[in-house]
Ligand binder design. Structure first.
Ligand code: NBP
Length: 477
């Protein structure tokens, strides 16, 4: 046995991950269901490092040094279970199966428990950064036992992205914690992308800018506090000209957004946890609505708002407003994700270091952004920080954003331009800062039709009002 790690599943991600390990000096055993892919990898990239090509499962396992580290990079779901079942019987106690696919964290919890019974470590690992990240340095969110991280962590840290010399890989927590945090990463990614798309739509429809001009605005924003991979690529997409028509690329793309499901998982899980990730939810629903051609046809042509076009100087002022709105909404979206991770940590007994999550998201992953440095600093200064908006600097920025944020959402409403993520972020902010919420009325309604009882503000206990009695007496429940 000569390989320090093995990768099975040499699709887009697996083969680049295997190459990344090899480029860092590890001997990598490679295996794929269809052996042609294994041979192709070694033929094409064999000179990049030391590969051991294995055609059978037995050869693959035999090539691995003990304790064995076996990375699975196949489709999530049934394929992952099939591959685990193929290899687990060939392994020995103390060996590690690492699932680097986008598994649902509940599946990871189930698999971890089952393999633990068999003496094996199952390490659910979220890997972000797509094809390029897998090759050049992804962000790696590792679950599973502390013991397995001791054996694997240094390798993951080696191949991960680096920011200021620090690796973008860490042990997140036990069993499914790595896949959970990767899921929330993707949920935040949905929100961030939708917020940027709404900002573009406003700059185009309200301010009247052309896509190339908006690309320049995004380039400028990218130099400041909004600096991020997503803002950077948005500028590139907006500046791109369609070779066939000579017009803006964005104008010839069908406006129906796709999704692979991690945003949906985030929202479904948030509902179970009672965690209000409203900006993420709106971003997920916005994708779904964009693809509903029949509904969109039914609503097409219905009246909406209008206001006169902006002058050039008004457009400049409006652009500055949108920057505030985008930044404030983005802080809220990340805050929602943060709180969801905190809720899950309590629910599943994971000890998640939120400063470390911010640290490893600064490079390699899709939501890498300069303001993650600030989130990291805030979480380091106060590991029990309840909300990002209660941190001094974020609170000051949210304070400065008040008028422009509200003006942006109001402008959109007046013109009939949908800004579901901006609106959800602002409503979330207003919900949580309100002195009194109409939840009091909801409690009254619930008590009326279901005797669900309510608490009073002036004395302890649960109460019920006998709504059908003419004198409506109140009793303690
Ligand atoms: P690909 O579609 O490129 O490759 C899929 C791999 O799964 C192939 O090696 C295929 O083998 C193998 N496979 C399948 Br499908 N069913 C199998 C089975 N029943 N038994 C054994 N092998 C099987 O996928 P990918 O884009 O590399 O994604 C791999 C994982 O990484 C997924 O979980 C994905 O969600 C995750 N991920 C992808 C990205 C990304 O940007 N693409 C980013 C982060 C995470 P074959 O060659 O024999 O068909």
């Amino acid at each position: 046995a000569s390989a320090s790690i093995g990768v099975t599943g040499l699709g887009v991600m697996g083969r680049n991950l295997a190459r990344n390990f090899a480029r860092h000096g590890y001997t990598v055993a490679v295996h794929n269901r269809t052996a042609g892919r294994t041979r192709a990898l070694v033929e094409e990239f064999g000179d990049e490092g030391a590969f051991v090509a294995a055609e059978s499962a037995d050869d693959f396992v035999a090539a691995l040094q003990r304790p064995r580290r076996l990375v699975i990079m196949v489709q999530a779901g049934g394929a992952t279970d099939a591959v685990i079942e193929e290899f687990a019987p060939l392994l020995e106690p103390g060996d590690m199966i690492i699932d680097g696919g986008n598994a649902h964290f509940a599946d990871t919890r189930r698999r971890e428990a089952a393999l633990r019974e068999r003496g094996l470590h199952f390490v659910g690992t979220g890997i972000s950064g797509g094809e390029e990240g897998a090759l050049h340095g992804p962000s790696i969110m590792v679950g599973g036992s502390v013991e397995s991280y001791a054996a694997l962590g240094p390798m993951f840290e080696n191949i991960s992205a680096k920011v200021d010399g620090e690796p973008c890989a860490t042990h997140i927590g036990g069993d499914g914690a790595g896949h959970f945090v990767k899921m929330v990463h993707n949920g935040i990614e949905y929100a961030d992308m939708q917020l940027i798309a709404e900002a573009y739509d406003l700059l185009r429809q309200v301010a009247g800018y052309a896509p190339a001009e908006i690309a320049d605005i995004f380039r400028t924003w990218n130099e400041g506090r909004l600096g991020s991979y997503l803002i950077e690529i948005t500028a590139e997409v907006l500046a791109h000209t369609d070779p066939a028509t000579g017009g803006p690329f964005v104008d010839i793309v069908a406006d129906a957004a796709g999704q692979k499901g991690t945003g949906r998982w985030t929202v479904q899980t948030a509902l179970d946890l009672g965690s209000p990730v409203t900006a993420i939810a709106q971003a997920t629903f916005a994708r779904a609505a964009s693809g509903q051609a029949d509904l969109r046809a039914a609503y097409a042509g219905l009246p909406g708002g209008t206001t006169p076009p902006l002058s050039r100087s008004e457009a400049t002022r409006f652009t500055a407003q949108v920057e505030h709105a985008l930044y404030a909404s983005k802080v809220i979206a990340y805050d929602q994700g943060w709180k969801m991770i905190r809720s899950a940590a309590a629910e599943y007994d994971w000890k998640i270091d939120l400063a470390a999550v911010a640290r490893i998201w600064r490079g390699g992953c899709i939501i890498r952004a300069s303001f993650l440095d600030r989130i990291r600093a805030a979480c380091t200064a106060d590991p029990d920080l309840v909300s990002l908006v209660s941190e001094k600097e974020f609170a000051a920025e949210i304070g400065d954003a008040q008028v422009p944020w509200r003006e942006t959402v109001a402008s959109a409403a007046r013109r009939g331009i949908p800004v579901p993520a901006f609106s959800a972020a602002l409503a979330h902010y207003d919900t949580l800062r309100a002195d009194r919420l109409p939840a009091a009325l909801l409690q009254g309604q619930r008590d009326y039709f279901g005797a669900h009882t309510y608490r009073r503000t002036d004395r302890p206990g649960a109460f019920h009002t006998h709504w059908s009695r003419p004198d409506r007496p109140e009793t303690t429940a």
